[in-house]
Write a protein that binds this ligand. Structure first.
Ligand SMILES: Cc1cc2nc3c(=O)[nH]c(=O)nc-3n(C[C@H](O)[C@H](O)[C@H](O)COP(=O)(O)OP(=O)(O)OC[C@H]3O[C@@H](n4cnc5c(N)ncnc54)[C@H](O)[C@@H]3O)c2cc1C
Length: 259
């Protein structure tokens, strides 16, 4: 067990201090728990379900003839530094993409048309190797059920400075305040940020939470913001966008609460 204060650990700086079970092996996985990675995409309620996370044992990177093996507890930043040093391409999108490789693969995280599954070969889920072709990767989803322990990526030479710099500049409009990244998924052929802005939510504040004035699709914590405040703003925005444009916004942030 590891005690985690989610008001410090999570990127949005909201959540209680609770015991989190550490997973050390693929056998005997805990049941009925919500698995967390780095909590960069989560909004954790004051009364969450039991939580678990991978132990440091899964924070590794090595190469062999199959490719680049990355433990799911390794951070995206660590993998990016490794790829830069070893001159490997396909990892440039990890620039300022916060999270563990488990969370990043599960969410098929990415930016614009690039996503982490582009360069993926296989994953180890609950101790079983699954080829990429057997996984239904889509926009910010993988459909993977179970615990990702490792991801194997193609080993190709040629880390691209240009792509790396392009990702850096794509992120230049992201707010610096604590957030969990994009709040809503982009609906087909549209942008959640555009809809939120058109519905009057850019910069809209409720108590200590707000939709950023820099980028409307970032729900930011102005300092001491709470779960309830975040939920209030999310619900108001969804309702208003639906009433005005007939579009049902889908959350990209995951709400972790007992149902
Ligand atoms: C400032 C900021 C910018 C961001 N920019 C982007 C962006 O450009 N693109 C983007 O896609 N996302 C972005 N995000 C969101 C976030 O970085 C990604 O969703 C990332 O994948 C979260 O990884 P995590 O380890 O923190 O996962 P968590 O937030 O802890 O969990 C996310 C999901 O992954 C699951 N999960 C975690 N670990 C595992 C595992 N080992 N096995 C199976 N499932 C697991 C969890 O159960 C949960 O469903 C941003 C977030 C922030 C704060």
């Amino acid at each position: 067990m590891r005690e985690i204060d989610f008001s410090k650990f999570s990127s949005i700086k909201i959540g209680p201090k609770v015991e989190v079970e550490e997973i050390d092996e693929a056998d005997n996985l805990p049941k009925g728990v919500f698995l967390i990675g780095g909590a960069n995409n989560l909004l954790i309620s004051p009364n969450p379900p039991p939580l678990a996370m991978l132990s440091k044992k899964f924070d590794y990177i090595f190469e062999d003839e199959d490719g680049v093996h990355v433990g799911a507890a390794a951070s995206g930043g660590k993998v990016l530094s490794y790829a830069k040093k070893r001159n490997l391409k396909g990892f440039e999108l990890l620039q300022k993409l916060p999270g563990t490789m488990g969370g990043i693969v599960k969410m098929n995280a990415g930016l614009k048309e690039f996503c982490i599954s582009d360069n993926l070969i296989s994953v180890l889920v609950n101790g079983e190797k699954i080829a990429k072709s057997d996984i239904n990767f889509g926009y910010r989803k993988s459909g993977i059920k179970g615990v990702i322990f490792e991801a194997v990526f193609a080993k190709k030479e040629g880390f691209s400075r240009e792509l790396f710099e392009a990702f850096k500049s794509m992120r230049s409009n992201q707010p610096k305040l604590p957030s969990a990244g994009s709040c809503f998924k982009n609906p087909p052929n549209d942008f959640a940020g555009r809809l939120l802005e058109a519905a009057g939510f850019k910069g809209k504040r409720f108590e200590n939470m707000a939709f950023s004035g820099i980028h409307a699709n970032f729900l930011v914590n102005l300092g001491g913001g709470t779960y309830e405040e975040a939920i209030t703003l999310i619900n108001e925005a969804k309702k208003s966008v639906f009433e005005q444009f007939g579009i049902e916004l889908e959350l990209e942030i995951e709400i972790v609460a007992r149902h």
